[in-house]
Design a protein around this ligand. Structure first.
Ligand SMILES: [Zn+2]
Length: 673
């Protein structure tokens, strides 16, 4: 798992992280579609019974999930458009034309060319992977395991555990080296044991077996190895934290000295590991789960060298399959795309290449993107929305009747220091030390992983750089970072149909205003509320307010757990509580901010506001993807992000004149903010 993915885990993003798009120098322009499109509304549905189906009904009918996708949202068109813009930029750089001007245009062009050259990659992927596997096969005894792991970790291959630098939750001005669990191929530990996932487990073992064969492991050994690998991964799953536990900032913050880590896990020679990574300066580390390392040490002790080597083979193959030979890419897709997410076919290769360049040279590509696809008008309007939503949230906190004065003071202090980043970074990252050739996509990927790993790890114990961004400018997503106490809105998400300077104010507040509010309230959700205004992990809540907050959250946990999909699967209200609180608070504060823009808001304006919100979530998933999201993702499915929220707002029922007996106007509502 790369640093960016790790960082994304800490951040509270709007939805599952996807790569998004932009427009180009020549052919492609950002979309001009209105935020609210009444043609998407299904007038046959009563908005008070099922608002999602009402607002998105016609869209759902005409927009089935395409074969190469696991989910389709109305905003996916932003992603598609962005991909075309980025493709156009990269093709220009491939031709050696530096337009838009960009210092790294050659590297960008090279990275894209290498990825597109499938024939070259077939040869080099085999060669480079064989070299990686050979190193593993030379492992003579367990004493040499730790330096071998160091070599894999720095290339983005993470068997057993991983290491990275993150902002220190105990001292928010500093970075801290962090050691974390890793090394499972299934999305969450429950997949290894739950009775519901038996079929997926069987298919996973087959997937391991096929991948080993394709990587050249002898067929007589491969099946036996696949079973052993699965067994060892199950042992890792047993000692790992669950997705819910990983959300707990207190439980996952355990600063200890290197000596203590050594005592905790005596079978693992940490000094050799750190030496191999040239990471010897800092002493204190954050151990995400001390129990995990204690048990991992015992697990390594009892596992045979042969089984460890089989598992390492698998991890090397698994973590590189996505940019390896065509056969391995297809095998990877068969399991992760088809089985887990219900996709029918792979996306066109060029899209993979654009995403790959975004991952390696994201801010260089993003800088070019901004030049062709993001205008000052959009930036100004987004800044105004942020300022107005922020002021409404402050007012809302001041007026809360359940929060005592002491806690309110802490909350308002936090609002006061909340930072905002809109559009793109002040300074773009540079990539001087990253070599990019046209020879091998596989090798470029590993080199890029190495570059990003070192860039990140060398920051341990240094002051935090508050100008850094956790997403690249073209990304169609947003986040709140509790350790920075900031909300970040890349240019990618500030595009039509989610945001349009020419659409009505009501529509922009309903869609993007709600997203801004969503991210801001993350500062005060179950997890974010545990950090102070500077980003330190520090409790500023009184016992009484904290207790009331938990009771209020409980109402939402119950509400969302009662929802089921068409297949009868219950949502996990506990796993998604932070996001559900943010959705509800976000729309409520956006509504308050919108009401302040106009002294005479009509019911028809309010209807537009709510339809804009719902249409920002028009979307559907394959049943496999829906299931994977419920099991492992903190965000609720689109239908419930709409109905679960509006049914808690009396203003919605008033605007649509819903009666008390109707589904969107329940007698008992949940409310937090
Ligand atoms: Zn969120």
């Amino acid at each position: 798992m790369s640093y960016i993915m790790k960082k994304a885990f800490i951040l509270f993003s709007l939805f599952f992280l996807i790569i998004s798009t932009v427009s180009c120098a020549t052919n492609f322009q950002p979309s001009s579609e209105e935020v609210v499109n009444m043609n998407l509304v299904d007038q046959k549905i009563n908005p008070c019974e099922d608002f999602f189906q009402y607002a998105c009904g016609n869209w759902l009918k005409t927009n089935p999930v395409p074969a190469d996708k696991a989910e389709l949202y109305r905003f996916t068109e932003i992603d598609e458009n962005t991909l075309l813009i980025l493709k156009n930029i990269l093709q220009t750089y491939q031709r050696g034309e530096n337009m838009p001007p960009q210092a790294e245009s050659q590297k960008l062009g090279n990275a894209y060319s290498a990825c597109l050259d499938i024939d070259k990659n077939e040869i080099s992927a085999k060669e480079v992977m064989a070299a990686l596997l050979k190193k593993n096969h030379f492992l003579q005894n367990k004493n040499n395991l730790m330096p071998l792991l160091a070599g894999l970790h720095e290339q983005g291959i993470n068997p057993f555990f991983t290491i990275y630098a993150m902002q220190n939750p105990g001292e928010a001005t500093q970075m801290i080296g962090t050691v974390d669990q890793a090394g499972m191929g299934l999305p969450e530990k429950s997949y290894y044991f739950d009775k519901d996932n038996l079929e997926i487990r069987t298919q996973y073992v087959t997937h391991i077996y096929h991948s080993l064969l394709l990587a050249g492991i002898r067929s007589t050994e491969a099946l036996e190895q696949a079973k052993k690998i699965f067994k060892l991964e199950s042992e890792i799953a047993k000692i790992s934290l669950s997705a819910i536990e990983q959300q707990d900032p207190v439980k996952t913050y355990n600063p200890i000295g290197k000596m203590s880590l050594q005592k905790l896990s005596p079978q693992m020679d940490w000094s050799i590991y750190f030496k191999a990574l040239h990471f010897e300066t800092s002493d204190t580390l954050n151990i995400v789960s001390p129990q995990y390392f204690k048990r991992l040490s015992a697990l390594l002790n009892k596992t045979s060298l042969t089984d460890i080597k089989a598992y390492l083979d698998w991890q090397i193959i698994h973590e590189t399959s996505n940019f390896s030979t065509l056969a391995l890419q297809q095998e990877y897709f068969n399991f992760y795309g088809k089985t887990l997410n219900g996709k029918k076919e792979q996306a066109p290769h060029w899209k993979k290449c654009v995403s790959s360049v975004d991952k390696s040279l994201g801010e260089a590509l993003g800088e070019a993107f901004i030049k062709v696809a993001f205008g000052q008008e959009s930036k100004d309007m987004a800044d105004t929305l942020v300022a107005n939503v922020k002021s409404s949230l402050k007012e809302m906190i001041t007026k809360l009747d359940w929060m005592d004065v002491e806690t309110k003071t802490g909350a308002l202090k936090k609002m006061q220091s909340l930072n905002q980043k809109v559009g793109f970074p002040k300074h773009f990252k540079t990539y001087h030390d990253l070599a990019v050739s046209t020879d091998s996509w596989f090798e470029n990927q590993l080199t890029s992983n190495l570059f990003h790993f070192n860039e990140n790890l060398k920051k341990a114990n240094l002051p935090v750089d508050r100008n850094e961004w956790g997403m690249t400018p073209p990304t169609d997503n947003a986040y709140y970072d509790p350790t920075m106490n900031e909300i970040v809105f890349p240019a990618g998400i500030l595009q039509a149909p989610l945001f349009n300077v020419h659409s009505s104010i009501a529509a922009n507040y309903g869609a993007t205003g709600a997203t801004i509010g969503h991210e801001m309230t993350h500062g005060f959700d179950d997890s974010g509320s545990q950090y102070d205004e500077l980003g330190n992990l520090k409790n500023w809540w009184s016992e009484k307010s904290s207790q009331t907050y938990k009771e209020k959250a409980q109402c939402l946990i119950k509400q969302y757990s009662s929802y089921t999909t068409n297949e009868g699967i219950h949502l996990n209200g506990e796993l998604s509580i932070g996001e559900n609180i943010a959705d509800l608070g976000g729309l409520k504060v956006a509504l308050a901010a919108y009401n302040k823009t106009n002294s005479q808001v009509l019911d028809s304006d309010l209807k537009i506001f709510f339809i804009a919100y719902a249409q920002s979530w028009c979307g559907q998933l394959t049943k496999e993807a829906a299931r994977t999201q419920i099991n492992s993702d903190t965000h609720s499915l689109p239908k419930f992000r709409v109905n679960g929220v509006v049914s808690n707002l009396p203003e919605f029922a008033d605007a649509f004149q819903c009666m008390d007996t109707q589904a969107m106007a329940p007698k008992n509502r949940c409310s937090v903010w």
